[in-house]
Design a protein around this ligand. Sequence first.
Ligand SMILES: [Zn+2]
Length: 204
Amino acid sequence: LNEYSSKLLENAVNELSRLPGIGKRSALRMALFILKENPVYAANLAQSIVTMRNDIRFCSQCHNISDKEVCEICANPKRNSGLICVVEDTRDVIAIEKTTQFDGHYHVLGGVINPMDGIGPNDLTIANLIKRVGDQSVEEVILALPATVEGDTTNYYIYKMLHLFDVSITSIARGVAIGDELQYADEITLGRSIANRLPFDQNR
Ligand SMILES: [Zn+2]
């Protein structure tokens, strides 16, 4: 017998502890909680995860996580399609939506350029962003990527690809927590930095 006295418990703990920020201790607490609850909870939990994993897709326009071919933000006629906010991932969309300061569309890159991790422009959705700007009447592209070397590299790459188009390129204030820092981002600051965005300066 292992330290958990049950192979079944050990398997569950191992799977749960793969989740980000969840160590073996927390995973054990979760597993024991699930065992105490009504079995219906375990079934609903498992079912919701499997269904999400199998059925979720990415919006064909903005690449945000969506239940449909086109996400609710892109499909909403009240939103300004001439304004595209470029973000790293879905967490940023959620954070910006929470500020209620932005009524445009998004473009989710799915990461940032990171040569150390072997992530180049072609691994991201940058080509589709260029296509959107070329095809639609986009007036402004707002860069809202993390204030890191990788974020800066990505900003500059996008700027280089877009600066010949008739579109203004702006950026949210530097130092505003976005991306991995998101959970600490203060909504008022983030909202303000979107409202008071500045022209993108490549030399910054
Ligand atoms: Zn969309």
